[in-house]
Design a protein around this ligand. Structure first.
Ligand SMILES: [Zn+2]
Length: 386
């Protein structure tokens, strides 16, 4: 396909959030060495990389006070565009110059920030509004409480991109859009996951795919809790499953470089908006999306979409129930589509599954594909997923 045709086809896709895909990648400016340095946390670095690629369009940098206040209180940017979570850079105090260098933990400069303003913020209020709890046992709240006391706002230019552990899966929004366009897809559903995909999630991605042109399997490979299955093991599970059970020309596997915040409902909105930037017209929202512990109600991450006007987000959420194999129906089903009782369902708790895999036992084929179970068993035995 010629590049002109690709551009035309890209225009058939959903528009980026705010209309334009932001690109904050740039050349390394002169004089970076002389600038005051600010070392970023892993979460801030992953936000920075998403700012560079346009995954956080229309944001061009870390949020100023007006946007921050408006997002925390109203879930909208000051421009009126929906936005669910702060994207902020926490520092010790106002810098002296009008530009600062943003550096990795090892001191490598990766970006320059043009200082617009710095402002204090109220951690407890941000926790209460964004995480719906001020309990510091919540991993997102704990991270927020550990932050430095002042937010520094400004446009960024990123000249050193984050290195992905999965370079071949690292695709920026411009690239997923190009691939969707080349494949002739217009309606694309995005699937967020941070777990291996068993039959239940295979089923709901396929139910969603039946109604659109293509599926983006978009596992989060940024920071997660230490007890989540390691990304390398998950990626091998996804590859194995997709090779065996999905048509090549209808699915794209790519990495989502975000760090988990575990903000539940607000993070579901944030995830949907990010995927819109990657070119997804639809986004799957299961029960307790991006939740942790019992901080959120089962359906909170679905109900929050009702707080926006119809079509305000543009990206269309697709809501799903838990699904299972029903032995009477002889198929995957949910309580929405199957009238039979719990005794007829193949159900295994997370704990039970981990026990089985740890002991080298393959769970029933109605629960997980044997090929996926094998990857997990090997990882458990090698200590990779302990
Ligand atoms: Zn049934």
């Amino acid at each position: 396909m010629s590049s002109d045709t690709t551009v035309a086809a890209t225009e058939r896709l959903i528009a980026p959030h705010g209309g334009v895909l932001v690109d904050r990648r740039g050349e390394r400016p002169d004089g970076v060495e002389g600038l005051e340095q600010i070392q970023l946390t892993s979460r801030e670095l992953s936000d920075l990389d998403m700012l560079a690629s346009g995954a956080l369009s229309p944001l061009e940098g870390f949020m100023g006070r007006a946007d921050y206040e408006s997002v925390v209180e109203e879930m909208h940017l000051q421009s009126g565009l929906p936005w669910a979570l702060p994207v902020c850079l926490a520092v010790d105090g106002p810098p002296s110059g009008d530009r600062v260098a943003l550096v990795r933990e090892d001191g490598t400069p990766v970006a320059v920030l043009e200082v617009e303003e710095s402002y204090p913020y109220d951690r407890e209020r941000e926790a209460e509004r964004c995480f719906r709890t001020t309990d510091d046992a919540h991993p997102g709240v704990a991270r927020l409480y550990a932050q430095r006391p002042v937010y520094l706002a400004g446009r960024v230019t990123v000249f050193e991109r984050a290195e992905s552990e999965f370079q071949e899966l690292a695709r920026d929004p411009a690239e997923t859009r190009r691939i969707f366009a080349e494949r002739g897809w217009k309606r694309v559903v995005g699937f967020q996951t941070r777990n291996p995909i068993h039959r239940a999630h295979e089923y709901l991605t396929k139910v969603a795919l039946e109604t659109v042109d293509g599926l983006l399997v978009h596992p989060l490979v940024g920071d997660t809790k230490s007890d989540d299955v390691p990304a390398a093991v998950r990626v091998e599970c996804y590859r194995t499953l997709l090779e065996g059970y999905y048509p090549d020309d209808r699915v794209l596997l790519s990495a989502f470089p975000a760090a988990m915040r575990y903000a539940g409902p607000r993070e579901a909105i944030w995830h949907a908006i990010c995927r819109k930037n990657y070119g997804c017209s639809h986004f799957i929202v299961g029960r307790d999306h991006a939740g942790v512990g019992d901080y959120y109600g089962t359906y909170d991450a679905q109900l929050i979409f009702d707080e926006f006007a119809p079509h305000e987000l543009d990206v269309e959420p697709m809501f799903f129930e838990h699904t299972f194999w029903c032995t009477v129906c002889g198929s995957m089903a949910s309580t929405k589509s199957c009238p039979h009782g719990t005794d007829d369902r193949v159900f295994l708790s997370g704990t039970k599954v981990r026990e089985m895999l740890g002991a080298g036992d393959v769970p029933p084929g109605e629960f997980t594909r044997a090929e996926v179970a094998k990857v997990l068993i090997d990882a458990y035995r090698g200590g990779g997923a302990a």
